[in-house]
Ligand binder design. Structure first.
Ligand code: NDP
Length: 451
């Protein structure tokens, strides 16, 4: 039994249905860091893995709120404060019906290593609720956010824990959450990031994750001796914050993103996605992507019911580079085989863990570049930390300043990941490089800080 199998065996009991995605994330990290554990016994002696995979605390609370029909609704709220060895807990809030403790543990665990990779002083956390903002009025979303913050405010603070957005939590929700925090505490603190610009947000925070994923890809392609994105057809999944801004940056670079998806279907527009229309549908009207073809009859809409079995229509469309930017496990082994067969050269994870382990294996075995989420989508949390810095100093950075720092950060992460992979004998493997580099920094801090 190798060191990775020995470590994984210690956590078999936690592999229950609810913990499935958490276990998936944990197993990937353990396999990746095996060369590090073998080369330095301190990590095993200090039981770093045993300590790292258990959150510092999980806060779970009831959220009661009144809907527009004056009916009382009850949801569950969570904050998983995972690890603060490197700085205050930091990570987004997700509002989606699929949210449970296991999903938030997976996201929080990934966040520890992602935040470590940025080189910035931030720990890892995640939170959210099974509340579904879809179909709710602005007033209902506000009432839910107020009720959620009534409980959450006890556990957060600018030097304690600084939540941000994620699926279902954008500028509107962050605004309502911040308003309630301020009311309860009478304090105008930088306690949430992703705030609208006019009351303390950073310029470029909305763009940061999508832009960052594209900056990472540019650097990776260059380092791996592949052609740049300019003029190349790209496929993107999702139609939310990350996807919209990945599409925007790809277009700015002269690439041709031809797809987007939501939970109901896929748009394929061979001439290139009409971003203004997409923003109008998703950001202004919060409507279904199906509306895209009302004005663009030449584009194709593929509903979920017509997806290939075990796969996703979007990954069956030929492309040079693919950007999964919607949700976890949305790119399966079948999808990976389709991408490979169609000549795709690079896959970048904009979403958190969008590729299954089997898909990653197939992609890497066929020599495609593969940028894992914890490195490629770290631009969002990096700019969140820039927002914390600006709030603490009561200062404002220009769009160009933030963009330059973001680009520099993404290039730095990419190079560091590639270099770490080389140092540990797995050159070109960005998954292992990211896991080893992210883990090492947190583990060294944990050893230095004692038990
Ligand atoms: P949004 O809520 O803005 O958008 C999510 C998109 O994914 C929507 O188009 C949504 O479709 C689709 N989607 C969500 N769940 C599913 C599902 N179960 N099946 C199919 N489609 C789904 O979220 P973000 O863009 O902010 O986040 C997307 C991903 O990126 C997540 O994995 C998130 O954790 C990750 N991420 C986000 C960061 C950020 O800064 N926002 C930072 C780092 C990672 P529909 O419109 O129908 O709901």
């Amino acid at each position: 039994m190798g060191i990775a199998e020995e470590e994984i065996a210690k956590f078999e009991n936690s592999n229950c249905e609810e913990n499935k995605v958490f276990y998936q994330a944990m197993e990937e990290v353990i396999y990746s860091i095996a060369p590090l554990l073998e080369s330095d016994p301190r990590y095993t002696e200090h039981a770093i893995l045993e300590r790292l995979v258990v959150p510092d605390r999980i806060i779970k609370f009831k959220v009661s709120w009144l809907d527009d029909n004056n009916k009382i609704q009850v949801n569950t709220g969570y904050r998983v404060q995972f690890n603060n060895a490197l700085g205050p807990y930091k990570g987004g809030l997700r509002f989606h019906p699929t949210v449970n403790e296991g999903v938030l543990k997976f996201l929080g665990f990934e966040q520890i290593l992602k935040n470590s990779l940025t080189g910035l002083p931030i720990g890892g956390a995640k939170g959210g609720s099974d509340f579904n903002p879809k179909g709710k009025s602005d007033f209902e979303v506000m009432k839910f956010c107020s009720a959620f913050m009534t409980e959450l405010h006890k556990y957060i603070g600018p030097r304690i824990d600084v939540p941000a957005g994620d699926i279902g939590v954008g500028g509107r929700e962050i605004g309502y959450l911040f308003g309630e925090y301020k009311k309860i505490t009478s304090s105008f603190d930088g306690v949430l990031t992703g705030k609208p610009f006019f009351f303390g947000g950073s310029l470029m925070r909305p763009e940061a994750t999508g832009y960052g994923a594209v900056y990472f890809t540019e650097t990776m392609l260059e380092m791996e001796g592949k052609e740049p994105l300019t003029g190349k057809v790209c496929t993107v999944s999702g139609a939310g914050n990350v996807a919209l801004h990945a599409i925007e940056k790809l277009q700015q670079l002269g690439a041709i993103p031809v797809t987007c998806t939501d939970s109901r279907g896929t748009i394929y527009d061979a001439r290139g996605v009409d971003l203004d229309l997409l923003k109008d549908i998703k950001l202004k009207r919060r409507a279904s992507l199906e509306e895209y073809i009302q004005t663009h009859a030449e584009a194709k809409y593929i509903p979920v019911s017509e997806y290939p079995e075990g796969g996703h229509a979007v990954w069956d469309i030929p492309c040079y580079a693919a950007f999964p930017c919607a949700t976890q496990n949305e790119l399966t082994e079948i999808d990976a085989q389709n991408l490979i067969a169609n000549g795709c050269q690079s896959v970048t994870e904009g979403a958190n863990m969008p590729s299954t382990p089997e898909a990653i294996e197939a992609i890497q075995n066929h020599g495609l570049c593969f940028a894992p989420a914890k490195a490629a989508n770290a631009g969002g949390v990096a700019v969140s930390e820039f927002e914390m810095s600006q709030n603490a100093a009561m200062s404002r950075w220009s769009f160009e300043e933030v963009d330059a720092k973001l680009k520099e950060t993404m290039q730095m992460i990419c190079k560091r990941v590639a270099l770490t992979a080389k140092d540990y004998g797995v050159e070109g493997n960005y998954v292992d490089g990211a896991n080893i580099a992210g883990f090492k920094k947190v583990a060294d801090a944990m050893i230095a800080e004692g038990i």
